[in-house]
Design a protein around this ligand. Structure first.
Ligand code: FES
Length: 179
């Protein structure tokens, strides 16, 4: 005759609860691993590539810009005008502080050194690239005729604001870093 077991038998609800715990734990672990696997390449894709990082700043050799002339450089896909202003142009920029521009701003606030004007070459009306024009003293936009003076301040609309100034620093006497 068989001896009755002394161990208590688990009820159906105890078994279901254990199974549920196991399944929840396993699913959470698999989900966490899956999320991590997806996140790594995604986050990696958000990091700038070397090319993009290289364009984040642009170093300009200032000796390649003769006094009195402006040159255009590309920074983060945008044109930047760097103008090596001579004494007459600096004087004209200062004189412009007191004449009426549409967006008044002293020249001294727009430059770090009077002989170097650095502005984004993007018209503040609708984004065309203005062209140097000695008749207006600075640039004229070919799209709708806005004009900017020797400090990049708007003197004739339809643009209503001055040419923007990008972040820049003088690394040394001969090197300008944009960005
Ligand atoms: S985009 Fe320059 S005047 Fe319109």
């Amino acid at each position: 005759m068989a001896k009755p077991s002394s161990k208590p038998t688990a009820s159906a609800s105890d078994v279901d609860a254990d199974r549920r715990k196991f399944l929840v734990g396993t699913t959470a672990a698999v989900g966490a691993v899956g999320a991590a696997c997806c996140a790594v390449p995604f986050v990696g894709s958000m990091a700038p590539s070397r090319d993009v990082a290289a364009q984040a700043t642009v170093d300009i050799n200032l000796s390649e810009i003769p006094e009195g002339e402006a040159k255009t450089y590309l920074w983060q896909g945008k044109p930047v005008f760097v103008w090596h202003r001579n004494a007459a142009q600096i004087a004209a920029a200062k004189a412009g502080d007191t004449t009426s521009t549409m967006d008044p701003e002293p020249d001294a606030k727009r430059v770090q050194k009077p002989e170097w004007l650095v502005v984004l070459g993007i018209c503040t009306h609708l984004g065309c690239v203005p062209i140097r024009n000695d008749e207006v003293g600075g640039w004229r936009c070919p799209c709708h005729g806005s004009q900017f003076d020797v400090s990049g301040r708007v003197i004739h609309g339809p643009a209503g604001t001055n040419l923007h100034i990008p972040p820049y620093t003088f690394v040394d006497d001969n090197t300008l870093r944009i960005g």
